[in-house]
Write a protein that binds this ligand. Structure first.
Ligand code: NAD
Ligand code: WQD
Length: 345
């Protein structure tokens, strides 16, 4: 492989982007450049990436919604052969309150980067999609060929529209080879505990809420409902370690570069296939951290589905990807990252 091959990672300072850059640098096949305006992250992430990998990553601090600035990067970086597009806003609740913010950022940035793929002849493109495209689904485990359900939020709708846009581009421009990776519930942090979920963000998801409660940033957490038709009454999700997600991006990139794709637009679920309830997640955290969690059982959260988990057959067979981290390791690394952050504050 040509050692000058460059992979452009958008959202490289973010939670999943930063873990993916570490894995990309670990293969030593690629030069990596990032585009991130730090709207939900900070430049410190690159110092931490450098500490872990002993490699420097160039980040272009521009807004992907600015097409002129974006094109300038492609004029400068001549060897880009693939793009992994993470950059987007992702807070489901906020997207209901401020839909324009989500449509503007997530759709414009995708459109601009797809236009650059065409203008600068970039053949390989990977898109961060989400299990939220399935909507409120009852047939489990969820397979990739399940049609979209009703989007439960503007955020989820941006992922559905995003996938449709990419599919249409590949039909019109078959030189473009693309993959949408539908993440289930990414959790945990790098095994060093040096990077993790963005410290800028108010915690919205279960695992950061658990660790922030344990450290005392949140006084008490609430389990949203315990009368779902599940084994212990709490919601079931498919939690997946962020490093496993990162590794899947390398597999997806190689799949495209080695021309193993059967279609110009392929979709893969990224989950473990194992459903875990909220109480089971809490119990795994308490066991691995030795901390007792202060929680109460509260009302259901509007819009929550009782259970969702992934069918993993397609990603295992076609990408050759199988998650390696256990639930205990997800909790251990999430806790390590929380402790690391508390050292600095
Ligand atoms: P994140 O917020 O940590 O990272 C996104 C990064 O993109 C941030 O660093 C932000 O500063 C940057 N960014 C956003 N808009 C930008 C713009 N216009 N120009 C330049 N930079 C911009 O989010 P994440 O958890 O790493 O998620 C990455 C992707 O995966 C997103 O597309 C998200 O929707 C998707 N996803 C995330 C989850 C999850 O639970 N974390 C689940 C499914 C899908
Ligand atoms: C997990 C479980 C809650 C907080 C979201 C997005 C989805 C995808 C992944 C981006 C649920 C319960 C949570 C709390 C709780 N993201 N919970 N108390 O809702 O499955 O998925 O993140 O694409 O699109 O919707 O994740 O972490 O918010 O919740 O009991 O304080 O934890 O009810 O069952 P969710 P989550």
């Amino acid at each position: 492989m040509n050692s000058k091959n460059t992979i452009l990672v958008t959202g490289g300072a973010g939670y999943i982007g930063s873990h993916t850059i570490i894995e990309l640098l670990g293969t030593s096949d690629f030069k990596v450049v990032s585009v991130d305006n730090f709207s939900n992250s900070s430049a410190k992430t690159f110092e931490r990436i450098e500490k872990i990998t002993e490699k420097k990553v160039t980040n272009y601090r521009i807004d992907l919604c600015n097409k002129t600035d974006l094109e300038q990067i492609f004029e400068t970086e001549k060897n880009i052969i693939g793009i992994i597009h993470f950059a987007a806003f992702k807070a489901v609740g906020e997207s209901v309150l401020h839909p324009h913010k989500y449509y503007y950022n997530n759709i414009n940035s995708l459109l601009n980067i797809l236009e650059c793929c065409l203008k600068f002849n970039i053949p390989n493109f990977i898109f961060s999609s989400s299990c939220s495209v399935y909507g409120n689904i009852s047939k489990l485990p969820v397979k990739e060929d399940t049609p979209f359900g009703k989007a439960e939020s503007p955020y989820a709708y941006t992922k559905q529209v995003g996938e449709e846009m990419i599919k249409d581009y590949t039909i019109a421009f078959p030189q473009l080879h693309t993959i949408a990776l539908r993440y289930f519930n990414p959790v945990g942090s790098h095994i060093t505990g040096l990077i993790g979920e963005s410290p800028l963000n108010k915690a919205n998801n279960l695992v950061p809420i658990i660790t922030q409660t344990a450290i005392g940033k949140i006084k008490q957490m609430t389990v949203f409902g315990n009368d779902y038709p599940t084994r212990d009454g709490t919601c079931i999700r498919d939690y997946i370690h962020v490093t496993d997600i990162a590794i899947a991006h390398i597999k997806a990139l190689m799949y495209l570069m080695e021309k193993k794709n059967k279609s110009n637009f392929s979709i893969f679920n990224l989950g473990t296939g194992e459903g875990v309830s909220v109480l089971e997640a809490i119990s795994a955290f308490e066991k691995t951290s030795g901390e007792k969690l202060n929680y109460i059982i509260g009302d259901k959260r509007p819009g929550d589905v009782g259970a969702i988990y992934s069918d993993t057959e397609k990603s295992e067979k076609e990408l050759g990807w199988k998650p390696r981290f256990s639930l205990d390791e997800m909790m251990e690394t999430a806790w390590k990252w929380e402790l690391e952050q508390s050292k600095k504050n």
